[in-house]
Design a binder for this molecule. Structure first.
Ligand code: GLN
Length: 187
């Protein structure tokens, strides 16, 4: 199995390291040809505005959109979740706009700008370590979206068919359970 990690900006190396620990081959996706022969794709955290712009400038957006529409499993963390969302409450931009969720960027106020917590995650038997960094959360989901985790009643992880998203950064912890969940989704 080979998983592509979008490597335009943000925390992509950390995803590569987590996948390596789980014995999965990876490729850094920086151009169209890197998308050949991958069985899954990770959209990392970073700055969604910057990554969204680079997707267009590097002519990757349409190809990635088509692959996901055709069923390629994708995992978006934080900014990656914003890229996948069909609606963003506090931003006029839309990016890949594939997942039936409404997200709020930088949804945690100053005091909770960044924080770490352990919470339940549907389908994973023990609590998951969650690191939030200027994170979005999901305000609304469509009927085909399964809610996987909430923190203080805000939705922070969800799945719609081949698309998995988390507000938090599992790649910044030693907890590999969410990456394993994504690998199981691919299988
Ligand atoms: N605040 C960033 C955004 O709105 C996301 C932060 C992150 O990915 N850690 O794009």
């Amino acid at each position: 199995m080979k998983i592509g990690v979008l490597a335009l900006q943000g925390a992509f190396i950390e995803h590569v390291n987590s996948l390596k620990k789980l014995g999965v081959d990876t490729i850094l996706v920086k151009k169209k040809s890197d998308l050949k022969d991958i069985q899954g794709l990770i959209l990392p955290g970073g700055e969604s505005t910057a990554i969204g712009k680079l997707l267009v400038d590097l002519d990757l957006k349409d190809e990635i959109k088509m692959l996901i529409e055709n069923g390629l499993p994708v995992f978006g963390t934080c900014a990656g979740m914003i890229l996948l969302a069909k609606n963003i409450t506090n931003d006029e931009r839309k990016h890949l706009a594939l997942m039936d969720i409404t997200v709020k960027r930088n949804a945690y106020g100053r005091q909770n700008d960044s924080f770490c917590i352990e919470e339940n995650f549907k389908g994973i038997s023990s609590k998951v370590e969650m690191v939030f960094i200027r994170a979005p959360y999901i305000e609304k989901v469509g009927e085909n979206v399964e809610i996987l985790a909430t923190v203080d009643s805000n939705i922070v992880a969800a799945r719609q068919k081949n698309m998995l998203v988390t507000s938090f950064h599992p790649e910044l912890t030693s907890d590999l359970k969410v990456h394993q969940y994504f690998i199981d989704m691919i299988k």
